[in-house]
Design a protein around this ligand. Structure first.
Ligand code: NDP
Ligand code: HSE
Length: 447
């Protein structure tokens, strides 16, 4: 855990002094940040106690037309920009990991505060960035990195710092929520709705990070680190995406009065030996239609928090897009600029708890298992015995005719991942099982 000390104490530039800002990246987010800084300049000055002066904007291609933007501001040399003496604060909205890591480290080491929207960077190198900020006494803010406009980093870092958070679960990727919601409401298949998400500009040209769950995993790592005072990186997060979800899976969920959502779940857990740890995981899951997260439509995000004293909290809103993301970036810009003018710094990272990461095999949840089986005497008994052999108790079993054979849809009680994996392996070896159509986890059944 960091603490301000004599060598890094920031006395502040003083009331009325300007704050020099460098913006790195002028794409979807950077364009809106720059526009709002210009349009709301007077308000920002009053909120901060001194004016914001944009000293430069770094881009990759200086020759691109940028209507309405002073060409004098544009540079393709981000390093030189962040090291200029008249720059106090750096806003990183480039994206990627390696390049922004180097520039952000250079800025922090030079004592410049940094605001970033880059979840991949924070999830992969949060510790290194935080150490650099602590060493120079700069601030490091990243509210926009998780669920864009939804204030979630600030509440976990500050508002809930006096409570014990036990669980954070949410829909933190807009692209996948749009696709799953559209599949649910139209019956269309994954490929069709991915194409629609791309056409509408939700999915990027390369949608891999969204649909394979990596974007949500970075966010889950950040949320877990903040919630449990423990350093969690994207590599610690079990991650499965939505690309294998079919129209049949959605229909099966509907038959169980559920919908399918890509959930990021961050949990404080106690294992059988009484040892506390952290589980962070991203996967598509069935949730009952009565669950509040089931009502999150289109590209919206929502995050649930369960804390010991506060109870349950839910935050909902725009998790992507230029303006919503700029809102979160600018909230951080105001906070960082106030410290630059008036002195002091925001609390640094708190990782004192240092809880171990729970093995994914020990995670417990319920499962929806869709099997294509032979329709003959004794098959159901063999299947039930296979579950019992692996200590998994069945909650419901539904049989439908199929041609040939039958379709069995099984919902289990809570079971361990490792036991479920062994069960599915054993089931797939039974002669009577023609195919394991799908295995999807179920969350939120207690609601
Ligand atoms: P864009 O791809 O729209 O913009 C990226 C910008 O970075 C472009 O202006 C590009 O320059 C510039 N850039 C690329 N390489 C360099 C470089 N080497 N040096 C300087 N500038 C460079 O990205 P977004 O605005 O969508 O996203 C920015 C960040 O915000 C990412 O980390 C993203 O994860 C995060 N974020 C985005 C959200 C969204 O909805 N878009 C939501 C929440 C977070 P050029 O203009 O010349 O191509
Ligand atoms: N690609 C992300 C999403 C942007 O779809 O939610 C916000 O991080």
């Amino acid at each position: 855990m960091s603490a301000n000390n004599e060598t890094t104490f920031n006395p502040g530039k003083g009331e009325g002094q300007s704050v020099g800002v460098a913006i790195l990246g002028l794409g979807t987010v950077g364009t809106q940040v720059l526009r709002l800084l210009g349009e709301k300049a007077e308000d920002f000055e009053r909120r901060i106690g001194g004016p914001i002066e944009v000293k430069g904007v770094a881009v990759s291609d200086k020759t691109k037309p940028r209507p309405g933007i002073d060409p004098e501001l544009i540079t393709d040399d981000a390093y030189s920009l962040v090291e200029r003496d008249d720059v106090d604060l750096v806003v990183e909205v480039i994206g990627g990991i390696d390049y922004p890591r180097r520039v952000v480290l250079a800025a922090l080491r030079a004592g410049k505060s940094v605001v970033t929207a880059n979840k991949a960077l924070v999830a992969a190198h949060g510790a290194e960035l935080s150490d650099a900020a602590d060493s120079s006494g700069a601030d490091l803010f990243f509210e926009a990195a998780v669920a864009a406009a939804i204030p979630i980093v600030g509440p976990l870092r500050r508002s809930l710092a006096g409570d014990t958070v036990n669980k954070v679960v949410g829909i933190v990727n807009g692209t996948t929520n749009f696709i799953l919601d559209a599949m649910d409401s139209t019956g269309a298949d994954y490929g069709e709705m991915l194409a629609e998400a791309t056409r509408l500009g939700y999915a990027e040209a390369d949608p891999t990070a969204d649909v394979e769950g990596h974007d949500a995993a970075s966010k889950a790592a950040i949320l877990s680190s903040l919630a449990f005072h423990t350093r969690v990186t994207a590599d610690d997060v079990h991650c499965e995406g939505i690309s294998s979800i079919t129209a049949e899976d959605i229909a099966a969920a509907q038959a169980a009065d559920c919908t399918i959502k890509l959930l990021a779940t961050c949990e404080r857990v106690t294992d059988e030996s009484g040892k506390e740890g952290v589980s962070a995981r991203v996967y598509p899951a069935l949730i009952p239609r009565r669950h509040p997260l089931a009502t999150v439509r289109e590209s919206f995000n929502a995050v649930f928090i369960e804390a010991e004293a506060a109870g349950s909290l839910m935050l909902y809103g725009n998790g992507a897009g230029g303006n919503p993301t700029a809102s979160a970036v600018l909230g951080d810009v105001v906070a960082a600029a106030r410290n630059i003018v008036h002195g002091g710094r925001a609390p640094g990272d708190s990782t004192y708890a240092n809880l171990p990461i729970l093995d994914f095999g020990d995670v417990r949840t319920r499962y929806h298992i869709d099997l294509h089986v032979d329709d003959r005497l004794g098959v159901l008994a063999d299947i039930a015995q296979t579950f019992a052999d692996h200590h998994i108790s069945l909650r419901t079993v539904r049989q439908e005719g199929a041609n040939p054979g039958a379709r069995l849809v099984i919902i289990t009680h809570s079971a361990k991942e490792s036991e479920l994996a062994a069960t599915v392996d054993a089931l797939s070896k039974l002669d009577a099982i023609l195919e394991v159509n799908s295995v999807i986890r179920i969350e939120g059944m207690d609601v």
